[in-house]
Design a protein around this ligand. Sequence first.
Ligand SMILES: [Zn+2]
Length: 391
Amino acid sequence: MIEIAALDAAQAPLGTPAKLPAALGVGRRGDARRKRGELQKAVGHIMPEHRVAGCGIGLVPGASGVAVYQSVEGTAHYGNLKTCGSVWVCPLCAAKISERRRGEIQTAIQVHYAQHGEGTIVIAAYTASHKRGDALSDTLTRFLKAQESMKGNRPYKRLMARYGAAGWIKSLEVTWGGENGWHPHCHTLLFFDKPVDAEVFRRELYGVWRDEARAKGLSMTEARGLVVQSAWGEVQDYVAKWGHEPTEPVWDATAELTKGHSKRARGDETGPRYTPFDLLRWYNQTGEIWPAPLFREFATAFKGKHQLDWSDGLRARVGLGVKESDEEIAAKMVTPAVLLGEIDRERWAAVCHYEQRGQVLDVAEQGGWDAVVAVLDHLLEHYRAEARGPT
Ligand SMILES: [Zn+2]
């Protein structure tokens, strides 16, 4: 039996029924999951026509209700729900896809070092100059074209051959700052079979990148156009954080100070930089609408772009199979799990209406199916009362 306690008013999202099991679901995992759900609802408000709006809400064809599963590790998740597989705009799918992809990157690094004790991995961070007012689609197109043609040009190939490059993994990212606008950039992990002097390599690679970017109408400074890191700790740190959205908002001064060590690309001398999901948080938490058109601009520019690319042959070299699509990963059940029960359509509508998807999973993990049923009945009661209107 669970106790239905009053939810702290400050924590209650708008329109949440007054009484919910506040004692449950306060864990770190549940907290991050609830925040992702709230952000995804925000994307749904900003882009109601996009399939992200129905991700984790709509049922798959033929399903009678929403299944609730629990894995052997105790994590609860839903089944029978549609997933959108949009790594750029969907906080729910992005978390799942990044988790899988990060595991693959870690495997590649471990296998590379196991096979080539003398080997080196460097992170090359490429960018180009930009200013506020530049259209993201234009900057991004030029940037990606420059990256693409660089990989095919002779000076680049000769440089990589000379250093014994065995392959690469490229991650595309973007941040936005009030000072300088959109900042598309990519981090490329370069795998070498032998030791590399990172500074000598950086100077040579910078010349190749600068020339290619110039040919596409982009400019840069040497200090910012290419940054190369090669220390073991830097590579490990980068991969451990890759794809993880910071859980604290970027504009919270206290969080910034206390989490200073875990910041990555969170700002520089031109002021704070926001990830697209930071823009969503701002939209959600302040009620200001200015981030909405920026997020739409980002979604349009990044549609269809690969978040992560592997060079030919690298996956096979480190023993990984064929790369799955984002959609395949998003739709897959990750670990073996048992079915706890099924939520009927009306109760599910109530769960979504009050955005309690994360909370219901918290309750399942901590109180089991009986606790879930109690919460569902409680939500349904409110939902029906609201539908009837004031009496
Ligand atoms: Zn999704």
